[in-house]
Each structure stands twice: as structure tokens, then as C-alpha cells.
Design a protein around this ligand. Structure first.
Ligand SMILES: Cc1cc2nc3c(=O)[nH]c(=O)nc-3n(C[C@H](O)[C@H](O)[C@H](O)COP(=O)(O)OP(=O)(O)OC[C@H]3O[C@@H](n4cnc5c(N)ncnc54)[C@H](O)[C@@H]3O)c2cc1C
Ligand SMILES: *[C@@H]1O[C@H](CO)[C@@H](O)[C@H](O)[C@H]1NC(C)=O
Ligand SMILES: *[C@@H]1O[C@H](CO)[C@@H](O)[C@H](O)[C@H]1NC(C)=O
Ligand SMILES: *[C@@H]1O[C@H](CO)[C@@H](O)[C@H](O)[C@H]1NC(C)=O
Ligand SMILES: *[C@@H]1O[C@H](CO)[C@@H](O)[C@H](O)[C@H]1NC(C)=O
Ligand SMILES: *[C@@H]1O[C@H](CO)[C@@H](O)[C@H](O)[C@H]1NC(C)=O
Ligand SMILES: *[C@@H]1O[C@H](CO)[C@@H](O)[C@H](O)[C@H]1NC(C)=O
Ligand SMILES: *[C@@H]1O[C@H](CO)[C@@H](O)[C@H](O)[C@H]1NC(C)=O
Length: 551
């Protein structure tokens, strides 16, 4: 009966007939996880109706809607998946019923209103770099709002500001700033394909953080579509919500359309270098001293240190640890060599290790892992292939002793593949109060650790092996890192540290991961959330819960 009803309805519209036939075929082939039930078709129809009702009649709204039977559905879905673990995993989650690709703000407003109306969760994706993929997967049936069409960047050089839409990548942002002014830059992340939406709302950082703080420390205004489909700016959203979307994660509060940012000054010449050491050289001394120099040195200098288990250069059958220091300096090579000659003689830095270049070329240099050569390459949105990967994070507040480092190196060699990245804090980060934005990891932190493991083999054997390995290293690190809470960086999303059980809205559960990501700022986020989205429409595996109403 139900099928007959849809057949009659579908004949009225040939696009729907196509959908109907596919539904029928899929149903008959009993492919449980892919099956589109007849009820889904009716959801799709009333959703489309609602979209039409809530947008400009001249817009052909069906052009922004991809449902599961559409031939382009899979390529649209996978275009911004950056972690193969989440598409090709043996434990793959349900896919979105519908993908929405708004071209205008009014399409976003209608998408929110209509998803709420048909009772579907809405996940928001900008660049899809979330390490756990929570922008595009869910345990519950859901729609995906994909922001890639909303990516304009408008630079106002005179005012040293810019409006950037959340679907823009950092590469597009940096390139556009550079096209408009050679004297300006912006302090955000070093991976050009990360997008503004997740990166800024999660408190993004890059290699200018010791000089200028985080991306969110340089945000002046924002536009957001709230749960009622209203478009708000800083003035109309109020300071609590504006505070929350500068590091509290956008997806708990609404759909962020754009941020207005304050551009920062960069000199004509900046300097970068990479220096490597192995244990059999003096890697332990270098790594030990780095902890005393990198968080305290001149604010113009940022030094990232990578620790990786690799095959020994000299004894080919043995594993060792390679320590690599990547640096960015807002000044010339002579000044840098002289500074580090005094502060860090163990490094033995020479001018020929340094590369003097422009700020935009330094952006290209820092993105070297994806093999790009010119500023124009920053506009390429498809530079990364999707590896299988897992990341975790920690903060270090007291330097690790040489014995401690050697012990960690041995554990890393035993485990085999998991690397650590130490990112120095200090400088401007120490001056900004921990309550200024939801991101709480300011004075008192020497550096942040990122745990990192990538693999190429599909399947649960490899997945289990590498997940176990990175979790073991995290456990070994317990004595060396922050405690009560053991804190974590929201943008290095890690579902191991606690999740909101699907469909629930519990302060208890939310506070498990909430205090790790936000420390003392968590309760203010809960208040802001309760005020703007009391029904908890905008939710995910680690969203901010609301407080129960006192009624
Ligand atoms: C290769 C790589 C390099 C990285 N380098 C850095 C770095 O240098 N510095 C750093 O700080 N981080 C870095 N990260 C982490 C990165 O900042 C976060 O993963 C960030 O959240 C990604 O943003 P996105 O828009 O690309 O991701 P998405 O997966 O699209 O979004 C991430 C989260 O934000 C939400 N969201 C996205 N857009 C919106 C919006 N418009 N409105 C509301 N909510 C939204 C999503 O729902 C999801 O919860 C890196 C990640 C990768 C994979
Ligand atoms: C769309 O608008 C029409 C006319 O106002 C109304 O009858 C119909 O119920 C609406 N449909 C939806 C799904 O909102
Ligand atoms: C897929 O969806 C897009 C956007 O709505 C539409 O333009 C296209 O015609 C659809 N293709 C198929 C095969 O249904
Ligand atoms: C609207 O878009 C759909 C899907 O792309 C297409 O099939 C249809 O012809 C379009 N209708 C109009 C009036 O342009
Ligand atoms: C997922 O696996 C399929 C089949 O092995 C393969 O064709 C596809 O490229 C894989 N996708 C990714 C992103 O690894
Ligand atoms: C420049 O910025 C200031 C402060 O944000 C603002 O008051 C002024 O209107 C801006 N000027 C222009 C031309 O946008
Ligand atoms: C400096 O960096 C540029 C850009 O990455 C590269 O082309 C050049 O070879 C580098 N020079 C040195 C001396 O490393
Ligand atoms: C980098 O790109 C160049 C030119 O496209 C290519 O020849 C080279 O093999 C690439 N290197 C790596 C490591 O991918």
C-alpha cells in the first residue's frame, strides 16, 4: 500500500520516480544498511516542500539537496572526509539521509528550520578535518549541512580586517590576504585544507600563536544562524554567544556563517628552518633543552618539535627516535642564528640551515607534508588524501627530565609507529586571561602534545593495533602531563576522553569531556548553550549540554 502511494506520487515528478525505483531496487536487494525506507522518501518530500516554502521562489532549491539515491551523493559525501577510518572502517556509521549544500545564507536558515520541523539531527561540516569525523557521521539518522559553497573572503586592508565565510579553507584565506597586502597575515593553523568553520570555532592555532595568540583571539565579529533560523551578528547575538563560538565548538550553538577577523602585521622577510637529530647523536639533550627555550624565547619565534620512531641511519636493523624541530621566526636569519646561538647552543643552528622567505612562502613551506610549491597551490582544496588516522592531545606544565624523555623514547620504539608533536606555548598565550575565550589552556602551560598515528591498511586488525598503540602511549605519558583534569585540545577531537551517549543531554556526561577541553569555562558554555538552544537541537558526540529547565 505504502509503495503504491509513493508510486502515484512519484509519477507526478520524474526525478522522484527515479528515486522511487532506486528505493524499490535497494529494498528488494535487501541491503540493510543502505536501504532507503518508504518513510525516508516521505521525509525527503516534506523536507523539500518545507525548503521551498522557506526560500526565495526563484531559487531551485532541489539543486542544493542530495539524497542517498543521487548519483553524486557518495562523491559529495567523501569530498571532505579526511580520515579513511570513518568511511572504510569495519564499524562504519550510518551516512546522512540528505546532504545539503547551501549557496546562500537563506538556504542555511531554511535548512535549520526544516530539519527541526521533520525531526532530523543536522550535522554541520566546513572542511571535514574533525579527527573523529563528527561533522559527517552520527549514530542517529541525520542530515548533513555542507558549507563548501559559502567560502568568500573579503579583505579590507585599510581597516586591517576581513570577513571570511566558514566554508573557506585556511589556504584560501591566506592566499586572499596575500593578494591584497604583502604586509599582513593571520595567526591560524598550518594545514591549508582545514576550513575556518571548525578551526576557528574550536580555537585554532598556528605558528604565530606566541606572537598573536589563537585565531579566536583575533576575531572581531561573527554571523551565525540560530536554532530559529535567525541570522545574528555580534550585536544581536550578545556577548555570551559571541564568547562561546570563539573556542567552544560551533556545532553546539548554531551554524556559523562567517567571522570578521583582525589581520596582523608580518615583516617582509621571515625565516624558517628544520633541524633533525637522532638518539645516537644528541637528540635527548636537544629535546630536553627545547622545553626550556621554546616556551620562553622571543615571541617572534615558534618552534615545533616532532618525536618519531624511525629506522636508525647507521644500524639499519635498529629503531631509534628522530627529533625534528620546525621553526618560524618573524625576522631575518642573522637575528635568529644569533638568538638561538645564545639560548639554544645545543641546536648548533647555522645560517645555511635557515630559509629566509616571504610570509606566504613560509605558509607553503610549513605545508610541506602535502608537497606544494607555490602560493597558488594554497587554493587547491583537495591536497590531502584520506589516511587512516587517530590523534590525541595533552598539556605539559613542568619540563620532562632527561631520564623521563629516554624512558618515553624507549616506549615509543617498542610501540613502533605513534609519534608525538610538541607545540610550544608561552609569549602572548601567557598574557591572555584563561576566561577571555572558552579555550582555557593559557599561562602555566609550557607546551601541547599531539599524539599521532597514521596507517594505510584497511580492516579491523590494523585499526585495533594502531588504536591500542596510541592509547598505550597516552597511558604511559600520565606522570608527565596535566592532571585534574588531564586537559585536552578541542580541535584535536578525541572521543576516548568521554562522549555524550547518543540522543542524551546530560550535564554529567558532558562534564566528563567538557572539563578536559574547557576547564573552568565549561559551566559558562553550558549557560550560553541553555540560553540559545534550550531544546538541544544542535548536538553531537561531544557537544555542550543544556541545563534542565527549572519549570
Ligand atoms: C591535516 C590536519 C591539520 C591540522 N592542523 C591544525 C593546526 O595547525 N592547528 C589547529 O588548531 N588545528 C589543526 N587541525 C585540527 C583542525 O583545526 C580541526 O579538526 C578543525 O575543527 C577542522 O575544521 P573543519 O571545518 O575543517 O572541520 P569539520 O570536520 O568540518 O568541523 C569540525 C567541527 O566543527 C563543526 N563545524 C564546522 N563548521 C561549522 C560551522 N560553520 N558552524 C558551526 N559548527 C561548525 C563541525 O560540526 C564539527 O563539530 C588539523 C587537522 C588536520 C586533519
Ligand atoms: C508549504 O506552504 C503551503 C502554503 O503556505 C502549506 O500549505 C504547506 O503546508 C507548507 N508545507 C510545508 C512542508 O511547510
Ligand atoms: C543529484 O542532485 C543534484 C542536486 O540536487 C541534481 O542537480 C542532480 O540532477 C541529481 N542527480 C541525480 C542523478 O539524481
Ligand atoms: C531544478 O533542479 C532540478 C535538479 O537539478 C532539475 O531537474 C530541474 O529541472 C530544475 N528546475 C528548474 C525549474 O530549473
Ligand atoms: C574505501 O575503500 C574502497 C574499496 O576498497 C576504495 O575504493 C576507496 O577508495 C576507499 N576510500 C578511501 C577514502 O580510502
Ligand atoms: C574600520 O573599523 C572600525 C573599528 O572596527 C569601524 O568602526 C569602522 O567603521 C571601519 N571602517 C570601515 C571603512 O569599514
Ligand atoms: C627555501 O624554501 C623555498 C620554498 O619552499 C625552496 O624553494 C628553497 O629551495 C629553500 N631554500 C633553502 C636554502 O632551503
Ligand atoms: C612532489 O611533487 C612533485 C611535483 O609534482 C613530484 O615530482 C614529487 O614526486 C612529489 N613528491 C612527493 C614526496 O610526493
Amino acid at each position: 500500500m505504502i509503495l503504491l502511494y509513493y508510486l502515484i506520487k512519484a509519477i507526478a515528478n520524474s526525478a522522484n520516480l527515479y528515486a522511487f525505483l532506486l528505493v524499490l531496487i535497494l529494498n528488494l536487494s535487501s541491503f540493510p544498511s543502505l536501504t532507503w525506507a518508504a518513510t525516508d522518501v516521505s521525509v525527503y518530500e516534506s523536507f523539500l516542500q518545507c525548503l521551498q516554502n522557506n526560500t526565495n521562489p526563484q531559487d531551485n532549491i532541489s539543486e542544493i539537496v542530495y539524497y542517498q539515491t543521487n548519483a553524486s551523493y557518495t562523491s559529495v559525501l567523501e569530498a571532505y572526509i579526511r580520515n579513511a577510518r570513518l568511511i572504510n572502517s569495519t564499524t562504519a556509521k550510518p551516512k546522512p539521509l540528505i546532504i545539503l549544500t547551501p549557496k546562500q545564507i537563506s538556504h542555511v536558515q531554511a535548512s535549520v528550520i526544516c530539519s527541526k520541523k521533520v525531526g532530523y539531527q543536522l550535522k554541520i561540516r566546513s572542511g571535514g578535518h574533525d579527527y573523529e569525523g563528527i561533522s559527517y557521521i552520527s549514530d542517529h539518522p541525520f542530515f548533513l549541512l555542507d558549507m563548501f559553497n559559502l567560502r568568500s573572503v573579503q579583505v579590507d586592508v585599510k581597516n586591517e580586517s576581513a570577513w571570511v565565510q566558514t566554508g573557506a579553507t585556511l589556504g584560501e584565506l591566506y592566499y586572499t590576504i596575500w593578494q591584497n597586502s604583502k604586509a599582513h597575515g593571520f595567526p591560524a593553523g598550518v594545514c591549508p585544507t582545514v576550513a575556518v568553520g571548525g578551526h576557528f570555532s574550536g580555537g585554532g592555532y598556528g605558528n604565530m600563536l606566541r606572537k598573536y595568540g589563537l585565531a579566536v583571539d583575533n576575531v572581531l565579529d561573527a554571523q551565525i544562524v540560530d536554532v530559529n533560523g535567525k541570522l545574528l551578528d555580534r550585536k544581536s547575538m550578545g556577548e555570551d554567544l559571541f564568547w562561546a563560538i570563539r573556542g567552544g565548538g560551533g556545532a553546539s550553538f548554531g551554524v556559523i556563517i562567517s567571522y570578521k577577523i583582525k589581520l596582523v602585521l608580518v615583516p617582509e622577510i621571515v625565516t624558517v628552518f628544520k633541524v633533525e637529530r637522532y638518539i645516537e647523536e644528541d637528540a635527548t639533550d636537544v629535546a630536553h633543552k627545547w622545553q626550556f627555550v621554546a616556551p620562553k624565547t622571543d615571541n617572534d619565534l615558534f618552534m615545533r618539535m616532532l618525536l618519531q620512531p624511525v629506522t636508525s641511519k647507521t644500524k639499519k636493523k635498529e629503531k631509534t627516535i628522530r627529533v625534528s624541530i620546525y621553526a618560524f621566526y618573524l625576522g631575518n636569519a642573522d637575528a635568529l642564528v644569533s638568538l638561538l646561538g645564545k639560548e639554544f647552543p645545543e641546536l648548533g643552528l647555522k645560517k645555511e640551515n635557515c630559509n629566509e622567505t616571504s610570509w606566504i612562502q613560509s605558509v607553503v613551506w610549513w605545508a610541506n607534508s602535502i608537497n606544494i610549491t607555490s602560493p597558488k597551490d594554497l587554493l587547491d582544496r583537495n591536497l590531502n588524501s584520506a589516511n587512516f588516522l587517530k590523534r590525541k592531545s595533552d598539556y605539559v606544565q613542568t619540563p620532562i627530565s632527561k631520564d623521563g624523555l629516554n624512558w618515553i623514547f624507549q616506549r615509543m620504539i617498542e610501540l613502533g609507529k605513534t609519534g608525538l608533536v610538541f607545540n610550544a606555548y608561552g609569549g602572548r598565550m601567557n598574557e591572555i586571561p584563561a576566561t577571555d575565550a572558552p579555550f582555557p589552556h593559557r599561562a602555566g602551560n609550557l607546551f601541547k602534545i599531539q599524539y599521532s598515528v597514521n596507517w594505510q591498511q584497511a580492516g579491523s586488525t590494523a585499526e585495533n593495533e594502531y588504536l591500542t598503540q596510541i592509547r598505550k602511549l597516552y597511558s604511559y605519558m600520565t606522570p608527565f602531563v596535566s592532571k585534574n583534569p588531564r586537559s585536552a585540545f578541542l580541535n584535536y577531537r578525541d572521543l576516548d576522553i568521554g562522549v555524550m551517549e547518543s540522543g542524551k543531554n546530560s550535564y554529567e556526561e558532558g562534564s566528563v569531556y567538557g572539563f578536559k577541553y574547557f576547564k573552568g569555562n565549561f559551566d559558562r558554555l553550558v549557560k550560553a548553550k541553555t540560553a540559545v538552544d534550550p531544546e538541544n537541537f544542535f548536538r553531537n558526540e561531544q557537544s555542550i549540554p543544556t541545563l534542565p529547565s527549572k519549570a
